[in-house]
Ligand binder design. Structure first.
Ligand code: NAD
Ligand code: 0WE
Length: 264
């Protein structure tokens, strides 16, 4: 029996088999968790459906959800509530900034609109989902998890306004943890090292970043969505019952390095 047997999770953020959220779903399913999914739009529906089927999940529990829409967020929990009495786990694996925000200098690229969109989709959406999901989650050792990146606290070239959005997201984790702790809900983040997913495809210099991690991280490699998935399963299970408000790095150790020489 897996260590998540009897748990029910909603996973937001699968776009493909390579999504970090797909690695999380894989680990959750292996550990005996029942999983419902959302998909951003019809274009992604069939991909999420395939993943749900491959993991032996109930493919009726798939809901459209663009996180910029309060109506779609509310509809997810209203419909889910017809199949499930409660919800133990909510996974938020969503991030977006308009593409032109992620290239060039910070001052040069940032706009009011780019700021608003990136913070709405990448940070506010965690609070929005927690708020709408709360009635189904309270009073049962619930757990909320989101995905962040080290550029929240340390400058990474080209990440630009997404770094500000991740800083807001990490603060949101702490405020949610303090507010929802008394209701039995833990809230945590995983700060993942760079992984080649759809969100990373087409970002100028991404290959260079992966090569850099392979040379400079203590483990001399990048991380996999399986490794992020395993840590997510731990954090969302009762094994992590004493952990809340934390950001846990799954980055092959990259974040501890203060300086790296390229000659060894
Ligand atoms: P991905 O493209 O597979 O996932 C991003 C998801 O965000 C997609 O499923 C997409 O549908 C969803 N999304 C975007 N806008 C949305 C909207 N308006 N409504 C609903 N969903 C929306 O890429 P990923 O790398 O798996 O990203 C997942 C999370 O992991 C993001 O928060 C990302 O910032 C974070 N992260 C990624 C890396 C990396 O290197 N890939 C590293 C650290 C953290
Ligand atoms: O969080 C991310 C990626 C987030 C992301 C990606 C895209 C690409 C497509 C947000 N918005 C968009 N918008 C699009 O139009 N990562 C941690 C991966 C990532 O993205 C970078 C990185 C890393 C690492 C962008 C610049 C520099 C480094």
């Amino acid at each position: 029996m897996g260590f998540m047997a009897g748990k029910k999770a909603l996973i937001v953020g699968v776009a493909s088999e390579r999504s970090i959220a797909a690695g999380i779903a894989e680990a959750f399913a292996r550990e005996g968790c029942d999983i419902a999914f959302t998909y951003q739009n019809e274009k992604l529906q069939s991909r999420v459906e395939k993943l749900s089927a491959r993991l032996g999940q109930n493919t009726d529990l798939l809901f459209p959800c663009d996180v910029t829409s309060d109506d779609e967020i509310d509809a997810v929990f209203e419909t889910l509530g017809k199949s499930w009495d409660g919800l133990d786990i909510l996974v938020h694996s969503v991030g977006f900034a308009p593409r032109e925000q992620l290239a060039g200098g910070f001052v040069e690229s940032i706009t009011r609109e780019g700021y608003a969109i990136s913070h709405d989709i990448s940070a506010y959406s965690l609070a929005a989902l927690a708020k709408a999901g709360l009635p189904m989650m309270e009073g049962q050792n619930g757990s909320i998890l989101t995905l962040t990146y080290n550029a929240a606290t340390q400058v990474v070239p080209n990440y630009n306004v997404m770094g500000l959005a991740k800083a807001s997201l990490e603060s949101c984790v702490r405020f949610l943890a303090a507010d929802l702790g008394p209701k039995g809900i833990r809230v945590n983040a995983i700060s993942a090292g760079a992984v080649k997913t759809l969100a990373a495809a087409g970002i100028a210099g991404f290959r260079k970043m992966l090569n850099y991690a392979e040379k400079s991280s203590p483990l001399r490699r990048t991380v996999t969505i399986e490794e992020v998935g395993n840590t997510a399963a731990f954090l969302c299970s009762d094994l992590a019952s004493g952990i809340t408000g934390e950001t846990t790095f799954v980055d092959a150790g990259s974040n501890i390095m203060g300086m790296v020489f390229d000659d060894d």
